[in-house]
Design a protein around this ligand. Structure first.
Ligand code: TMP
Length: 217
């Protein structure tokens, strides 16, 4: 793999992104790569503060104005890129992020009311054309993902849903269709991975994609 590769994992709730990031990072480290694991919204101290603001809105306060939400997500991403991602890539480390710009396109652009052209324009301004070298789309039906996410939340003793988890199944179906559409539009950057399979099979499919796309030996 070239030094300083940037990989994003995308997918709906319960797709298994965090587990797969851990497994992918461990595999790459075994091969001798320096790997930074990070996530969005958040990933740097300042961006994590924006995450807390975004996700912590109490149910009694309603929901974010869609444009405000989109601006906050882009603000967090810009800070994350400047503080963490670009410096890591610059020194030759690889970065794996749990979500990136495609999440904003899927959630706020396709499924939300901001719309695709506005999300694209904002991303272009905030990122200056900066994109992952490889995006792995973890593909799972929303019902199956929600069941997994529910189990995880119960195990963690979490009872209150955050502002994003309160969304409907139709919304999550649109998000899934959005990730598939983004992958179809940018096949050179994106690989769709069947995330309904076992953890081991998903990890193997991810390793194969990374080997094929980033020439990992
Ligand atoms: P997580 O469940 O992967 O921690 O992500 C937090 C929530 O934030 C998830 O419901 C998806 C949502 N989200 C967006 O709506 N737009 C974005 O740009 C990002 C990064 C996340």
């Amino acid at each position: 793999m070239p030094r300083g590769s940037f990989i994003s994992l995308e997918g709906g709730e319960g797709a298994g992104k965090s587990t797969q990031i851990r497994l992918l990072a461990a595999w790459l480290r075994d091969l001798g790569h320096e790997v930074i694991e990070t996530r969005e919204p958040g990933g740097s101290p300042a961006a994590e503060r924006i995450r807390e603001t975004l996700l912590g809105l109490p149910e009694s306060d309603g929901t974010w104005d869609a444009h405000t939400e989109c601006l906050l997500l882009n603000a967090a991403r810009r800070q994350h890129v400047v503080d963490i991602i670009k410096p890591a890539l610059g020194r030759g480390a690889s970065v794996i992020t749990d979500r990136f710009s495609d999440s904003t396109m899927a959630y706020q652009g396709y499924a939300g009311s901001v719309g695709r052209p506005a999300v694209e324009a904002l991303d272009h301004w905030a990122m200056d054309g900066f994109k992952p070298d490889l995006t792995l789309m973890l593909d799972i039906e929303p019902e199956a993902g929600a069941a997994r996410a529910g189990e995880r939340a119960r195990a963690a003793g979490q009872t209150v849903l955050d502002v994003f988890e309160r969304r409907s199944i139709t919304f999550h179906q649109t998000v899934l269709a959005a990730f598939r559409d983004i992958a179809a539009r940018e096949p050179e950057r994106c690989v769709v991975i069947d995330a309904s399979a076992t953890q081991e099979l998903v990890a193997a499919a991810i390793q194969n994609a990374v080997k094929a796309r980033l020439e990992v030996k």
